[in-house]
Write a protein of this length. Structure first.
Length: 164
């Protein structure tokens, strides 16, 4: 196996691992919601702070699943205009949009990092549970960094393919 294939396998394995972790979090949130509803209905005692926990975990699981979803092309693409272009023009437009996406997500990663840093410095916590916000934002940042790595990988591979 070449170095390039080993790198690709490592990257895709990391994406899959985070996707599995995301699925596990989704399962856990589903169980948590069911327990909360049962406690609310049967004992009139919902879990304190359930809303915050659900919101935090859902944001984390979405960010963790982004990279693998993009790698598997599990997202919706609107290509009505691109389908009418020649393959060369389509590759050019794809390269430009890949580069723009990469730039945008590098900026998003940077600003999420700064936001997490500010939350850490100020000690800001969630309203109900008092959970430190920087932990949640930092965890979400990990998922976005993985997605940015995928965008970089996709852009570089697109450039390699164009040179061949």
């Amino acid at each position: 196996m070449s170095d390039r294939q080993e790198n690709r396998k490592f990257i895709t394995d990391v994406f899959k691992w985070f996707d599995y972790l995301s699925a596990l979090l989704l399962f856990g949130v589903s169980i948590f919601i069911c327990i909360n509803v049962l406690l609310r209905v049967t004992m009139n005692r919902p879990i304190y702070g359930a809303y915050e926990v659900i919101i935090f975990i859902t944001a984390v699981l979405v960010s963790f699943s982004l990279a693998n979803c993009a790698y598997q092309e599990g997202h919706v693409r609107v290509t009505v205009l691109l389908d009418r272009l020649s393959p060369g023009k389509m590759k050019n437009i794809t390269s430009v949009t890949d580069l723009l996406s990469l730039i945008v997500f590098i900026l998003i990663d940077w600003y999420l990092f700064l936001y997490a840093l500010r939350r850490f410095q100020t000690g800001e916590t969630s309203v109900i549970l008092g959970f430190p916000q920087y932990i949640v934002v930092s965890t979400i940042l990990i998922g976005f960094i993985l997605f940015t790595i995928f965008l970089l990988w996709k852009f570089v591979n697109g450039i390699r393919l164009r040179k061949k």
